[in-house]
Design a protein around this ligand. Sequence first.
Ligand code: ADP
Ligand code: ZN
Ligand code: ZN
Length: 758
Amino acid sequence: MDRRRAIRRVTPHTEPPALSVPADARILRVAVAAPLGALLDYLSPENGHPVLPGMRVLVPLGRSRRVGMVTSLATGSALPVASLRPVLEVLDPSPILSEGDLSFLLWAAEYYRGDPGEALFGALPVRLRRPRPLLDDRPRGWRATASQKQAAAQLQRAPRQRELFALLTAHPRGLDDATLRKRAGDCSAPLRALAARDLIERCRVAATQPAAEADLPPRGAATPPALNPHQAEAAEAVAACSGFTGFLLDGVTGSGKTEVYLRLIDRALADGRQVLVLVPEIGLTPQLHQRFETRIQAPMAVLHSGLAETDRERAWRAAASGQARLLLGTRSAVFTPLPDLGLVVVDEEHDLSLKQQDGFRYSARDLAVRRAQQADCPAVLGSATPALETLQNARAGRYRHLILPKRAGDAREPEVLIADIRAQPLDTGLSHALLTRMSTEIEAGNQMLLFLNRRGFSPVLTCHDCGWISECTRCDARMTLHRGRALLVCHHCGLEQMQPVRCPYCQSPDLRPLGQGTERVEDTLRQRFPGIPMARIDRDSTRRRGELERLLAAAHRGEHRILLGTQMLAKGHHLPGITLVGILDLDHGLYGSDFRAAERMAQLLMQVAGRAGRADKPGTVMLQTRHPRHPMLELLLREGYGAFATAALAERHDANLPPFSHQAMLHADSPRQGAALEFLLQVLDLGRPMAGAEVEFWGPAPAQMERRAGRVRAQLLLQAPSRAVLQRLLARLLPALRGLKRPRELRWAIDVDPQDGY
Ligand code: ADP
Ligand code: ZN
Ligand code: ZN
């Protein structure tokens, strides 16, 4: 291990390389923070500050002023130079994005066909999207500006100054005032003297020093377990590679993937590199966050959407300045500058939360791999249920496939039982078999988890007399009854109405809830098992800040005997006290209209099942289904996710679906019936002649839920045999599409490599 380490690249902590800017370049290529679809050319200011890529500028745009980001400098323009306008103001004294950051962000904008300005500015803290300066709250301090040799002669007769100078020389990035005082006592006079000799200068000091010097709060030094042979082999494989390689770390829940990440992170940090760790949702995985905090002894920044804007900016700056050595974040963290990036980890890489589904739509997982490629460092994608795309990448040799076949430590994998619920009376969705099993576990003093991916009391309210059903007026969808709050809520557009007492149509008081959500199941369970402590965990019960953490912590301590929840419970928490997992309904996944439905169902099933069990109390999973003979389900339960994935990939291959083909989806919507379809028909007419015979167009067709939030939606799917063919078509089609006449109220969007919406 040590030998390999010796040949690993050491971070060059030198100044950035000279920028590739021609001396006579006066033309600035600027990404303007506005949806313009392209970069614009401006002239650099006549006699102002020299402008470099990565600096923000204030530019005139029509009659308004906008903030822009200089992406490159050029000597020529496609437009006559005389027609170009100079920038009004240079906003940053030095670049706030490096050339590497710029090229990554522009690449992302181009690949996902986003707007370059929106992509670049979307990656900055909100305040920097406006003409405000970058705040620098790093502590002030001093750094040496001369060499030891230069100083030695001058300081012969000033031992105090000599001593201080030597101390500063040992810290090339400088020492802040507080640290200096602690190390050298009151030293303001000799420091002033050194400054007067031009040997040192005032500076801002980032706390990149090792923990002891950066005054980190003392942390519990958790001792890591010794890796088992599979973990060690995986960690070795990654550590042995010095440049970019993609890895799939494929291991069942609890197989010790996180432990492998931690080992790799330690190593990268020791080599002076920064690490990026992406997770689907931080709020849902407080355990992971905590584990990093106790194990990683280096400054760490956390970025997620739940943070206040100032905290986001602070984290962004800490990462961008190199002060934070580890950045743990959700999907948008992939855009954060990390000057010393040396390792990228994506946990639960299959998770849909890593895909941005509106605005600038991107896959944070795929971009993370791209970033690692650009930084020439390893990317590790971990999952117990890898996305079929990722598995195919591994099988085709593009990623290395690392497998952790068993649970770490001694915990055994759960056994899965099928409860066939065809022609069975159910009590609020609970079969007799499941209820009996629950009673047994309760008597044995065990803890259990019930999973139902539907919140609310019931998905619909009906009138028993006239057949009225609670439909949303703005969507083609039903409104869910939330009885606790006495509301009907549309889960698609958010519309809320008071729960009616009488039928709005025939005035009958006989209104009945149909079907069940978690709220209703909770009611039933409280009646069936009175006095048994129980917690419901879904988006409604965890609305209050900190409530989820509180419930999970209590669950961990074993306070709740029955946990009932939605998808929220499927993610990331290992609850070792749980001996029974009941899955109430996953059948929609077996026959869903989206070709990914089966994949998602399999992932969810394995993830939920993986929450349970430990060595002395192995877990059992009971799955209720009306399709116990479904071939994919049988395969999954009999042979596991890997075998399921192989079969599912074969089906995709035969049907020529992703990952064996590549797709882009054009969405359009309008309040007016027909407008979206009309627009997409025009796009089809425009695109067909541009595309080769190998490109398929599907649609346009109404969206699965045609009306949503009052807008009528349609979509057009493009499918090509390769990314290159698809990208070439999009590069021609989208600029032309922007030129199409369309009604003002019509909106459209492009989704490259879409993950849902069929
Ligand atoms: P995963 O990320 O694959 O779900 P974790 O890394 O969280 O797995 O490990 C699951 C549990 O097993 C944790 O409690 C962890 O501390 C423990 N564990 C992991 N690796 C080992 C090991 N080599 N020896 C003993 N316990 C381990
Ligand atoms: Zn009625
Ligand atoms: Zn609605």
